[in-house]
Design a protein around this ligand. Sequence first.
Ligand SMILES: C[S@@+](CC[C@H](N)C(=O)[O-])C[C@H]1O[C@@H](n2cnc3c(N)ncnc32)[C@H](O)[C@@H]1O
Length: 280
Amino acid sequence: MQQADSIGRLIAQGRQQLRAGDSAALDAEVLLAFVLGVDRAWCYAHSDDPVRANLACDYRSLLGKRAAGFPISYLTGCKEFWSMELKVDRHTLIPRPETECLVETALELIPERAALDVLDLGTGSGAIAVAVAKERPRCRVTAVDIMAETLAVARDNAARHGLSYIRFLQSDWFEALPGDVFDIILCNPPYVASGYRGLAEDEIRHEPRIALDGGYQGLAAIRQLIPASLRHIKPGGYLVLEHGGDQTRSVRELLVVNHFSGCGTRRDYAGRDRVSYARR
Ligand SMILES: C[S@@+](CC[C@H](N)C(=O)[O-])C[C@H]1O[C@@H](n2cnc3c(N)ncnc32)[C@H](O)[C@@H]1O
């Protein structure tokens, strides 16, 4: 009779199979831990334990998908953001660590005990709305997205973190919010240039195109949102936008042309410009 594979052996096989990727060892461990329903530390402590054949088979199937470039977060159905585990699926952008820079900027602009009206435009998995609502529980947070399937995931994430009071709306940007005004609008818009080859070739090809493709120069949504937001920000309120490192000048010019003041830009952990904000 064939001997069952051990945890350690399966991880070594996975590492070998994924060796072309930057994170082969980590990915193999994450996938096996996911299939076994344990955490990675448990795998280290039980590396000689045998793994049932059906689970080893599930693991190998996931390894195959990962080796073909499928994002690991879609395979496990979750992604950590702002120290919270968020559900993700193929309808949602996988939240990026850079977007924590937008959350940090928002929290600096919202005093700790303030009860402000906050809008997260294009909420995706709900990452920004959930993080801000968690840190500023007095705020009234609204989150919109154009995709119903995406909003369902965002709602689920809010409920999982006990934040079901966030108001979720399906909306083409401000369309479903005709008379609403906010103290602060937060937005991580699609800002990848349509012509960027990676949209078709890189791992991001598995993510929703609508979440990434920002049209010409990646600025189409930003060009639309900056003037449109004027009608929805209270005087003295803020617009906070995530953007690409090479888009700072265009974004800041658009803010100034639209009579915003006090523009600032923050860098992400990698030292690239990532978030610009300004006051109405
Ligand atoms: C870059 S993703 C950001 C997702 C999430 N906020 C995050 O930071 O991880 C952009 C989001 O905007 C949404 N979106 C794109 N076009 C939209 C539109 N016209 N109206 C509302 N949402 C839109 C997409 O569905 C996607 O969820």
